[in-house]
Ligand binder design. Structure first.
Ligand SMILES: [Zn+2]
Length: 285
C-alpha cells in the first residue's frame, strides 16, 4: 500500500476522540474480522482463521477509508465435514447462542455510536449462519428499515476468490470450500502473510477427506484424517497466497465502494477488476 488517509486503521490503536470525530463525519464503515481458535493440522497455527480475516479486513480498510474493529477470535464449534470436528484437541469453540449474542451486541454497539456501516469479514466456515442471526437481531433491535442509511454486510472471504484465481491456484483440482481446511487456500495465504507461523516441514500429504453426505453425532473420529487437515496443502506457496490475497482484497474493496459509497478507491490495484494480475495493493499492518 503506498498511500491512504488512515494510518490508524485499527480501532484498537485509535483514541476515542479521534474515533468520535470520524464517526461524527457521518459515513463511517467498520469492518469486524471473525475467526476461530481451531486446529489447522500440524503446519498452521490455531489462530489461522482470525489472522487471515483480520489481514484481509486491514487491507480492504486501507483501500477504502474504512476502519477495523477488534476481531472476534473464537468461533462456532468445528464440524467434521468442514473443520475436522469439535473433538480435536486445540479446537476451542463457543456455542451458537454465544456467537449470536456477541455478534448482536457488537453490531448494535457500533451502530448505536453512529457507525453507519458494519461489515463482518468471516474466516471460519461454521460461523456464518450465527453471524447472520446476530446481525438480523441487532438490526431488529434498532428498528432499522430498508430506507435507513445504516446497514450491515456480512461475507466469508473465500466467496471473493474468482474463477480465474481458482484455476491459477488449483489447476482444475479444487476440492470445494468445505474441505479447504488446512489446505491450499489457508496455507498459501499464510505463507504470503505470516510465513514465520507456517511449518512446511510438517505438512502431511493426503487426498481430500471422504466424508458422508450426512452429519453423525457423536462424530466417528476416524473419519477425520489424522493430520486434522481435510485436504492437503499440496502446491501451496507464497506466490499463490499473494495472488489470492490481492484479488480478494481488490474485489472486496470494490464491492464495498459500490455498495456503501464513500470516497473513491485510492490505492493502486484496488480498482474493480476481474483480472488476477498481482498488484501493489499489498499487506497492511
Ligand atoms: Zn481455517
Amino acid at each position: 500500500m503506498t498511500t491512504h488517509d488512515n494510518p490508524q486503521v485499527k480501532l484498537a490503536h485509535l483514541d476515542a476522540h479521534s474515533f468520535a470525530d470520524w464517526v461524527g463525519a457521518g459515513d463511517a464503515t467498520v469492518l469486524v474480522p471473525v475467526g476461530a481458535l481451531e486446529q489447522h493440522g500440524p503446519h498452521l497455527p490455531m489462530g489461522t482463521d482470525a489472522i487471515l480475516s483480520e489481514r484481509i479486513a486491514l487491507a480492504v480498510a486501507a483501500a477504502t477509508g474504512a476502519r477495523v474493529a477488534q476481531p472476534i477470535t473464537y468461533g462456532y464449534r468445528s464440524q467434521q465435514k468442514s473443520g475436522g470436528g469439535d473433538h480435536l484437541v486445540g479446537t476451542t469453540s463457543v456455542d451458537a447462542a454465544t456467537l449470536i449474542g456477541l455478534t448482536r451486541s457488537l453490531v448494535r454497539s457500533l451502530l448505536e455510536q453512529g457507525v453507519r456501516h458494519v461489515v463482518l469479514v468471516n474466516g471460519h466456515y461454521e460461523n456464518y449462519q450465527f453471524l447472520y442471526e446476530g446481525v438480523d437481531l441487532a438490526v431488529r433491535d434498532l428498528g432499522i428499515g430498508a430506507d435507513d442509511a445504516r446497514c450491515v454486510l456480512l461475507l466469508s472471504y473465500w466467496d471473493y476468490v474468482s474463477e480465474e484465481t481458482l484455476e491459477a491456484v488449483y489447476h482444475g483440482s479444487f476440492p470445494g470450500w468445505d474441505v479447504e481446511h488446512g489446505g491450499v487456500l489457508e496455507t498459501a495465504l499464510m505463507l504470503h502473510l505470516e510465513p514465520q507461523l507456517v511449518r512446511m516441514d510438517r505438512v502431511v500429504d493426503h487426498d481430500p477427506a471422504q466424508l458422508p453426505r450426512f452429519d453423525r453425532l457423536p462424530v466417528v473420529p476416524a473419519r477425520t484424517p489424522s493430520s486434522g487437515c481435510l485436504s492437503a496443502p499440496r502446491g501451496a506457496d507464497a506466490a499463490k497466497g499473494r495472488l489470492l490475497f490481492e484479488q480478494v482484497v481488490r474485489d472486496l474493496a470494490a464491492d464495498l465502494e459500490a455498495e456503501l459509497g464513500g470516497r473513491p478507491v485510492s490505492a493502486p490495484g484496488a480498482a474493480p477488476s476481474s483480472d488476477a494480475a498481482p498488484s501493489s495493493a499489498a499487506a497492511v499492518g
